[in-house]
Design a protein around this ligand. Structure first.
Ligand SMILES: *Cc1c(COP(=O)(O)O)cnc(C)c1O
Length: 465
């Protein structure tokens, strides 16, 4: 092969055909998702994919992907996958990903159409959140990254010299979150250099942060020389799907001059649902920052999340850095909105396209109806558990999570058996120290019949043990 042609196909017609075949295989996989539950990787998986002799290249690599890799995914495209909080993705998202890859846009900056697409997504998010149109934000890999960006802005507001001086010049900081808040908050504080001591867990009876206990903790910390920085409100807890009282947290943060961050990774999307779920996050319109995920309940293919920052200037001052080779100019070097000014990635993919296509292509009526369906399905699963003679409902169903306590047997063993049989995927959690089966329904393929079948399968495993 010749210079300038080494990495493009030698035969474009053959390539187009191969691409069409691959596209058809992808569409078939999604069309038949119901027949394709989780498959554990075969024992020789590592050998199959090892990159030992690669000098010559493998013209059959697309077939190898379809044969050796595709079947062994986690199965979150299947309608009875309820484990953790894994999004299902959509066929439209697959198409958008392919087109984005063909454009190969680097979304760090520059004057390009994609920047307008990302800003359109952020504006839409501001409206869903009930925030003013001049607020800021950025698409991220997920809520974990969004949390680091949000808490960095909080720190910048309290300590405007932190970028030059570093954290050695700061008093010991404290951030508050409900016990059981997602581990990404702890990790963010560790990455930011404050250590996990900077996180103080507040008791959360019934899954809701105790606001009096929070107020007391802040007073105690101030008296002991800590510098309270922020409160993280949980908008949909991973354990039980519960929501903190954001209005009460916003009042307290206003009185104490603290930053209010909302971890709304999946719970944010109840704002598109019917009542009563739509009102679960009331108060989020008053938060200073918010993190959410598109790759969970919005069915956008992995990965994409978002951070919203209310104060646009503060957001810029926290991250903007333009060395000479990135300085503003004309044409491609122009454009007023550069994503890299709002986060720490310079090179970034065109995640915005699959999100934009999902919102525009599927529409908020359908997306909202699906969120409502999932909440109803979780409630139905709760009813079935309550009516069962081998199961108990471990906690009230608030949104799309249902946690079931088996009266006999080990939850982990039951979950493993169901995963291996392909009947259903539950994950497990502890409620009051007892191991339970947990279903987080963020799945647009799930039906009531799937919920019933999954619960019957659990009962069957317990009875036959
Ligand atoms: C999933 C989740 C996170 C972490 O988000 P990633 O997108 O996985 O980084 C944080 N908080 C909650 C409540 C979550 O459900």
């Amino acid at each position: 092969m010749m210079e300038g042609h080494r990495l493009d196909p030698a035969d474009w017609d053959a390539f187009s055909e191969a691409l069409e075949d691959a596209a058809r295989a992808c569409a078939d996989r999604l069309r038949h998702a119901r027949d394709l539950p989780w498959q554990p990787p075969p024992p020789d998986m590592a050998d199959r994919v090892a990159l030992d002799e690669v000098a010559a290249g493998d013209p059959g690599v697309i077939d190898a992907i379809l044969r050796d890799i595709v079947p062994y995914s986690t199965g979150n495209t299947h309608p009875r996958f309820f484990g953790w909080v894994h999004g299902t993705g959509t066929p439209l998202g697959v198409a958008a990903e392919m087109i984005a890859a063909a454009m190969n846009a680097n979304m760090g900056g520059r004057d390009q159409g994609g920047a307008h697409v990302e800003r359109a997504v952020l504006s839409w998010l501001h409206r869903v959140a009930g925030w003013p149109p001049d607020a800021s934000g950025l698409l991220t890999t997920g809520t974990s990254q969004a949390t680091i960006l949000a808490l960095s802005c909080a720190r910048m507001r309290a300590f405007p010299k932190v970028r030059e001086q570093g954290i050695g010049a700061l008093p010991p900081l404290r951030v508050y979150a409900a016990e059981g808040a997602h581990s990404c908050v702890k990790k963010a504080l560790e990455v930011m250099g404050h250590g996990s001591v900077a996180l103080r867990g507040i008791s959360a009876p019934g899954g809701r942060m105790d606001v009096d206990a929070l107020s007391q903790a802040i007073a105690e910390d101030r008296a002991e020389g800590w510098s309270p920085l922020a409160v993280v409100g949980t908008v949909g807890s991973v354990n039980l799907g519960t929501f903190d009282d954001l209005s009460a947290l916003a009042d307290l943060c206003a009185a104490e001059d603290l930053w209010l961050h909302a971890d709304a990774a999946f719970g944010f999307w109840t704002r598109l649902a019917d009542l009563p779920w739509r009102d679960l996050s009331v108060g989020i319109e008053r938060a200073d920052s918010l993190a959410t995920d598109f790759h969970k309940w919005m069915s956008v293919p992995y990965d994409c999340g978002a951070v919203l920052i209310r104060d646009h200037d503060l957001h810029l001052s926290t991250f903007r850095e333009r060395p000479a080779y990135l300085s503003e100019g004309q044409a491609l070097a122009g454009g007023e909105w550069w994503a890299t000014d709002y986060g720490f990635d310079l090179s970034r993919g065109f995640r915005a396209l699959k999100v934009w296509a999902t919102i525009r292509g599927l529409g908020t009526d359908a997306l909202g109806a699906q969120i409502t369906d999932n909440c109803r399905q979780a409630a139905y699963m709760g009813e079935l558990a309550e009516a069962s003679d081998v199961l108990d409902l471990a906690a009230p169903v608030v949104s799309n999570l249902c946690v079931i306590r088996p009266r006999r047997g080990e939850a982990a063993a039951i979950a493993a058996e169901l995963q291996l049989s392909g009947d259903a995927v539950f994950s497990t959690t502890l409620v009051d120290g007892v191991s339970c089966l947990r279903a987080a329904i963020v799945n647009h393929r799930t039906t009531r019949a799937d919920v019933e079948r999954a619960v019957r399968a659990v009962e069957q495993v317990i009875r036959s043990a």
